[in-house]
Unconditional design. Structure first.
Length: 142
């Protein structure tokens, strides 16, 4: 059973980043290490992307659960050196429960899907059982 992504809205744009276009993004996701770019204009690996228009200072935290990267917490500012080491530390701390919450939400969604599938199968089984039952003997026919 497939699930369709929610449509993008003006208030909640959906942005997909390809890891191949950014060495920084690859570093964050492959090494599973957070990064703080003080000034994007001074970072040789920085590549402009529509998701980062005007960003001069950037924090990226991989959202990791059970050694799997679920996504990325991305915090940007139009000002260079906008974040302190405390901001960076807090972003990393926020990434842990965020990753767990995303993982739990996915598990819950999968459980709901499987429960619905089981209910459908049980209903079909009951219908088949009812068709094959011999009402006079209370037994199934061959």
């Amino acid at each position: 059973m497939a699930r369709q992504a929610p449509p993008a809205t003006a208030n909640r744009p959906v942005v997909t980043l390809e890891t191949g276009v950014s060495a920084i993004l690859q570093r964050v996701l492959v090494l599973k290490k957070a990064i703080y770019v003080l000034d994007t204009r001074e970072e040789s690996d920085w590549r402009d992307h529509k998701a980062f228009v005007g960003v001069r200072s950037w924090i990226a935290v991989p959202l990791v659960v059970s050694d799997s990267v679920l996504g990325l917490l991305s915090i940007g500012s139009k000002e260079p050196r906008a974040f302190s080491t405390r901001h960076f530390h807090l972003a990393k701390l926020l990434g842990i429960p965020a990753a767990v919450a995303i993982h739990n939400a996915r598990l819950y969604e999968w459980a709901q899907i499987y429960a619905a599938e089981r209910q459908t199968l049980l209903k079909k089984l009951d219908e088949t059982t009812d068709k094959n039952a011999d009402p006079q003997r209370g037994r199934f026919s061959n």
